[in-house]
Design a protein. Sequence first.
Length: 391
Amino acid sequence: MRFSHLVERIAGEGADAWEIHSEANLARQRGEDVILLSVGDPDLDTPAPVLERAIERLRAGDTHYTPAAGRSALRAAIAAAHRARTGQRVELENVIYLSGTQNALFTASLCLAGPGDEVIALEPLYPTYPATIEVTGARMVRARAPAEGGFRVDLAALEAAITPHTRAICYASPNNPSGVILSEAELKRIGELARRHSLWLIADEVYAGLAPAGRVPSLAAQLPEQVVTIGSLSKSHAMPGWRAGWLIGPRQLVQHVESLVMCMLYGLPGFIQEAAITALEVAPQAERRIRDLCTARRDFLFGELKGIKGIRYCSPDAGMFTLLDVRQTGLSGREFARELYRAERVSLMDGGAFGKETGGFVRLCFAADEALLREACLRIRRFVASIKKVA
């Protein structure tokens, strides 16, 4: 039997990126001694008021159909939070509630690009971006952010990548995996390019709540008809399993996305939407909690990594990840991640999954228990020592 050509566009390197993590996750489920630092799932529980609100609404029978775009009260709360962060004048009609950031990126891609189009994505980039963009039939073009420049965007390379076929520029700020926050100056230049070439700007801000003061520079207020902002509660509130995210953009785009989700989701659970409203109400405290945790665990990790020859850590502007430069070990990121897991049962992510510039790196999530981080560093130290003995 034959399949659609779609299956070719959603497979490949992006899907392969999770190989070690999936293997480690299964091993942990079997009760084996493995350490998972390969996914951004913070070592915190969902805030108690959010949990209690969900339970309350669940017991009240809030389990029936909901509007495809999300309940008006939730959309209004998301709009208010976005206005406070960016200064953009948006109302609930500019917001659609979706099943997490990934779902928002997917629907945005389907509504903004198609066969013959090109979408530029700033590297390093999240491994799902290629499939998310190319599922539309468009071609993803990578704009490099060189390692030697601290993974900051090469603006000249970005401009050179624009062609008559370019429809959009997609970026994450803070970036995953580098933790780089795009500066006002960098965004100003990107905004100028978007104006000149009439491009959409897809801003993935899922980690914005982890940035200093819970906000990042944004072009949303300056280019309201061109900027599409993506966000969720997954990272800021330790709620990845709740699948609570959104898209904010021009009303016409929101209408198109609503038509799309009518045949994809047909509304999302009401009890979770009510809990999401509570989450937005406690956002200042929730975001401060995750920022404090990440700062403390980052500093703890860096202290434990000191003295491991051949390993250099990159300090992020924000977020819950660090890139470890393993090039001096003589291994690629993929080789290092695979051999470390085989030898020591520590699951990290191959940096090459995020782009060519991170091919000699691995990504480590430090939003984990301190004892776990300490043990992981002991195992990494032992593994690197074994490489040198073999060499």
